[in-house]
Design a protein around this ligand. Sequence first.
Ligand code: ADP
Length: 821
Amino acid sequence: MTNKMSPSGTILVVDDSTTSRTWAKLRLLRAGYEVLEAKTAAEALGRISQQAPDLILLDVILPDQDGYAVTRQLRQNADLASIPVILLTSLEDVTSKVQGLEAGANDFLTKPPDEAELLARVETQLRLKRSREELLAEKSKTELLYRVSRELGAELDLDTLLMRLLELTTTSLDASGGSLILLDEQQRPVGTISSRQGQVTQISRALWEEVVREGLASWVIQHRQGTMIQDTQQDERWLVREDAHSTSRSVMAAPLIQEGWVVGVLTLTHEEIARFDLSHLDLVSSIATQAAVVIQKARVYRKEQLWARKLQFVNGVSHQVASILNPDQLLEDVAWLVRQTFGYYYVELALLDGDSLISQGWHSCRDPQVELSPTHLDLSSEGIMPWVARYGAPLLAVGERRQEFGSPHVDLPDTVAELGVPLRLGGEVLGVLDVQSDRHDQLGEADVPLLEILAAQISVALSNARLFEAVERERGRLEAILTGTADAIVTTDGELRITLLNPAAERAFGISFAQAAGRSIGKVLTPAALYDVFCQAKKDDGRSPPTELVLDDGRTLFFHVSPVAGPKGERGWVAVMQDITHLKELDQMKTDFVATVSHDLRSPLTSIRGYADLLLKSLVEGQHQEFVRYIKTSAEQMADLVQDLLDLGKIEAGVETVREACALNQLVQESLEAAFFQAELRKIALQQELPPERCSVSGDSRQLRQVLDNLLSNALKYSPVGGMVTVRLRRQDRQVLLEVQDSGIGIPQEALPRLFEKFYRVPSPQVDKIPGTGLGLAIVKAIVEAHDGQLWVESREGQGSRFFVALPAYANPGAATGPGL
Ligand code: ADP
């Protein structure tokens, strides 16, 4: 292929006879051939090795070797074997012809030959030689094309494919370098590869773009056909640059055409001028056509593969990000993950904080040279990210369109397309996911919904991570409280196995949490009564009644057990225990004191009352008797006071309080009966309005009776003679409402706020005349509150009063027992 033929060919005439040689030479020159001469076999072989002729006219008889020997040597040399040899012989006999043919000669001429015959034979042999060569060339071309389709057809990886194609083409066409440019629909380069002397060379993106815009590739794209440059220095289509290919002198380039559009350009180069001819170009063009099919197939495959990968990623990303519970870490990892998986040039996540978009290093760029700093963008500023955050909608800007949104927030040299997608949760914009591509075919409309799904997943993961962080903070706070509090806290799971002992509990029970964890409360904590309380709460499936627990060391803990949800929503139990040892001591002291007081005061008071009675009976009517009556009344008042004080003390301390179902209907009746004589005396009509159904509450019947007695006695006390007192009882929702109404003196507005204070009495001459301690209502209030109820009064001075008591109704009246049932 590298041999170049002159129009008619070069013929070597070998003959030791100068006359014969010159005769032939002149004829051949006249016919347009170039002629070389040799006198001997050695000379002929020397010339042939210097320059291979297109045909040899060889005399059989030579001084050194015969023509047969020369022919045989030629045929043994692969490079020279195809040169046609015509033997010149004076011998007519058949034997010598056979000998010649055996040696490998192509034809014979008998000396002296006829001129016309000589030229005809020469021409025939030359034609035959050319046909043979063409045939061979065609065969190797077919073989090459077959290799292209066979070796590359199965290759689906685009990069490997391009590499193999370039390798195959450069070696087959003996080129020293080459390149392949892949183009998108807008004829922009989307993939490039170049090599020289079998090594991949790097060419800048800018140069590729330029070549496609105005270089040789541009010409090929425009004309949709191959072309050759014999000398790059004479052709302005070759853009001379300081790169690996600047020394190229011969070039040929062919378009890769697929379904009507140029999908790429294949270029081959060589340092020698005019290295390629039309047959080369023809071959390159055929290869390019063949390659277009396989390349396009690989491109489609790559696109689909990438799409599948994207889908798979989006599908799987929620699992990956869900495990990241630190929001900062999450955003950083997602930026990296998305860029890696999707192959984007740049990915950034920014969060909305008031009027700013902030990204603290949650970005990832393929180009390590690009320096990235945390973004802090005002919402009103230019660029795609603020736009997306403002409108809460995705935005895709490709090429020039990006400029419409003002200068980008980060200056990246290779970005050609940018897509911003809002991170939204429940209509609220949390931030923006921004991806940028340096390839024209990477970001399209199809990516928008995909990245929206991704953004939604990131948003959910982000809010989860934030929630987790908040919970963690809360947990830390709780832990600090648990550790710091003086109350002993014990929690268990549903099976009463210990799940927590705070330090105060560790101290109280003398066991570390590490030792107790996971073990049954009954086996680890003493006294056993504690376990019983937990069991009771579990059995009742609710809150245990307040309990006092005396520890082995004599200290007293006050607590009740309540249900609590465990970390996975399962039911557990908790007891918060107050150390009431000092209160108990105080209480004891108080009880002792009260006992002493009652003992010390009650006895003399009883004596005073007794002797006053005696005196009253023995004394005659007069001033003395009045004094004694006064002594008696005072003693009675003091006894009442002592009694009230004792009651109040007990109620407030919560001692002797019991909880049982009490039917108030019954208690009201009992109280009314007891008040009957007092009412008779004062001519006051006593009325009752009781419902037919039972109004039960959970409580201490003795105390509740005291509430009724106190209210009723006040109503009678503070009503003038001939008045009316009504007691009403009714159920109202989940409460029982008791009302005591009188037609008495009423209470002035300004006195109402202080009415339930201890020792408070309305300061009025009317009240002063009526005996009282000012403790009755304070006792009522203490009892009602101890029963989780409410107490209030409505009253107008001179018009009477209405006292109300609301108590929670007993949950299961059918099961109520106790007094009055
Ligand atoms: P006392 O022993 O003085 O009755 P209470 O605590 O029972 O003490 O009542 C406090 C004050 O409230 C009474 O002194 C009286 O002034 C006023 N009070 C109580 N009940 C009535 C009522 N039904 N009518 C008018 N005033 C009342």
